[in-house]
Design a protein around this ligand. Structure first.
Ligand SMILES: [Zn+2]
Ligand SMILES: [Zn+2]
Length: 358
């Protein structure tokens, strides 16, 4: 079926902060040499989308077309594109451009490029000028092909979206901790928060060979976490459970979004030289005191998404090891239902929209 990007791209957009998304059309930017046109098949809904719709960080521009966990099919490429061809299944994550020339880009940490562009946060720049970049709540996207990543054959497209932001976000720091490998044998890794990020982090850590401890309030998620690959479970609301696991963990990954994290509650779980690493964004981190970190020789760190190289490695590892997010499917037209469930905290565990706008 011949397919080409339409003169007006159908999408779902928030016209004002905190509003429901509604039908919105916009014209594609001019085709740059390194652009590719993509017909969107699915897009995930991430907690960041909700924050951006609400303009919680003062970064949002309206009309705002959210979505940075996108998968689709390449339907056309610019004259300079050599890495992709029509028909490829590709994913787009939270980053849609970097300069490619700065020290960070040349060092392979392009997610930390000072000129990086987050999908739908900022304008992209190319030889055709500077343009607004909309997100995956669109039916089509025209976007820089260097940030479209080929999806391994046979990996179900409906599962791809959540890997593109959430999957990368949890896998990249584990990969770095493993010395840029996927081997965590002999390490005991804790995952705090069993939600959209945490349920993927357990799978990655377990498939990397780590002794993986799920950490949650109460024990209601214990059996579920074991199904995902966890070998241990710690109830963070139970002092006995915390005491029984004192000094055990080499690495602790905080996957909690919203709410308060009491750091003092967790430092006791760490071995000397342990690392406590944040990928989720709690509303507040309470009780940071230096002494337990100094005398435990602990490291506190954090990271945003991951690099292009880590994205490719993550997609290959997820496909080879059958790591998949657990999803609830909606459509672009019913995006508001997905956003409401996200607000209510009742999504199990990532919302995905199927493109029904074509
Ligand atoms: Zn995200
Ligand atoms: Zn750069």
């Amino acid at each position: 079926m011949a397919d080409q990007i339409p003169a007006q791209i159908k999408s779902m957009a928030a016209m004002q902060a905190k509003e429901h998304v509604q039908a919105y059309e916009y014209p594609p930017k001019p085709l740059a040499k390194l652009d590719a046109d993509v017909r969107v098949t699915y897009t995930g809904v991430c907690a960041t989308d909700q924050h951006m719709i609400d303009n919680d960080w003062g970064l949002s521009r309206f009309p705002l077309v959210p979505g940075h966990e996108v998968v689709g099919h390449v339907i056309a490429v610019g004259s300079g594109v050599t890495e992709l061809k029509v028909g490829d299944v590709v994913g787009l994550g939270a980053q849609c451009q970097a300069c490619g020339e700065c020290e960070n880009c040349l060092d392979g940490i392009d997610n930390l490029c000072p000129e990086r562009k987050f999908t739908y946060f900022e304008n992209t720049v190319d030889e055709t000028g500077e343009h607004i970049h909309h997100g995956g709540f669109s039916s089509y996207l025209r976007t820089d092909s260097r940030y479209l990543f080929k999806i391994p054959d046979g990996y179900g497209e409906q599962y791809v979206g959540p890997l593109m932001c959430g999957g990368l976000t949890v896998a990249a720091p584990l990969y770095e901790y493993a010395g840029n490998s996927w081997d965590l044998k002999g390490k005991r890794v804790g995952i705090v928060g069993i939600g959209g990020l945490g349920h993927m982090a357990i799978q990655f850590a377990a498939k990397m060979g780590a002794d993986t401890y799920a950490i949650s309030r109460g024990t209601s998620k214990k059996a579920f976490c074991e199904q995902l690959g966890a070998t241990g479970f710690i109830d963070s609301s139970d002092p006995d459970s915390m005491a029984a696991n004192a000094g055990k963990l080499h690495y602790l990954l905080f996957c909690v979004s919203g709410g308060n994290i009491d750091l003092n509650n967790y430092v006791g779980l760490m071995r000397p030289y342990g690392t406590l690493h944040f990928v989720g964004v709690p509303d507040q981190v309470d009780n940071f005191t230096l002494m337990p970190f100094m005398f435990g020789r602990l490291t506190l760190s954090s990271s945003p998404i991951g690099s292009s190289q880590q994205m490719r490695a993550m997609l290959d590892f997820a496909a080879a090891n059958d790591i998949k997010p657990i999803i609830e499917e909606f459509t672009h037209s019913t995006a508001n239902d997905a956003i409401q469930k996200l607000r209510d905290g009742t999504i199990r565990f990532r919302a995905v929209l199927k493109n029904d706008l074509i």
